[in-house]
Design a protein around this ligand. Structure first.
Ligand code: RTP
Length: 134
């Protein structure tokens, strides 16, 4: 079993999609290990998106991720990282296939409902950043 970090972003929580999204992961075969509804601080937002610091949309991205509570999850499954990315779909909802979370629930790259870690290294960093421990 592998673990991954997935976060329902403020637009997903505000739109009442948390239950539907968790159900999709559970139906696929993921186990929910830890979860918390939490407010992201500016410090955590800037750390989480440090790789995008030079992008013109960085300020908007930070404002968006702190705009309301997020639902942070640790999920476990076989090939959890890749399977979660497949369920989530392409970053830009325009390119996300129907049947994926972004394909079904999002239209805008700037508010694309959900985040999933993209590597084992990111999982370790993000679980530590969001839950305070591995
Ligand atoms: P994520 O980390 O959220 O799963 O997304 P990702 O790896 O597929 O994409 P990444 O390049 O790390 O981008 C992180 C988030 O930045 C926002 N974004 N906005 N306005 C824009 O053009 C733009 N481009 C990216 C998205 O919310 C994306 O998920």
């Amino acid at each position: 079993m592998e673990r991954t970090f997935v976060m329902i972003k403020p637009d997903g929580v505000a739109r009442g999609l948390t239950g539907k999204i968790v159900a999709r992961f559970e139906a696929k075969g993921f186990t929910l290990v830890r979860a918390q509804l939490m407010q992201v601080s500016v410090e955590l937002a800037e750390k989480h998106y440090a790789h995008l610091k030079e992008k013109p949309f960085f300020g908007e991205l930070v404002d968006y991720i702190i705009s309301g509570p997020v639902f942070a999850m640790e999920l476990s499954a076989t090939n959890a990282i890749q399977n979660a990315r497949s369920l989530i779909g392409a970053t830009n909802p325009v390119n996300a296939a129907a049947g994926t979370i972004r394909g079904d629930f999002a239209t805008d790259v700037a508010s694309n409902v959900i985040h999933g870690s993209d590597s084992e290294e990111s999982v370790q960093i993000e679980l530590t950043n969001f839950f305070g421990s591995l």
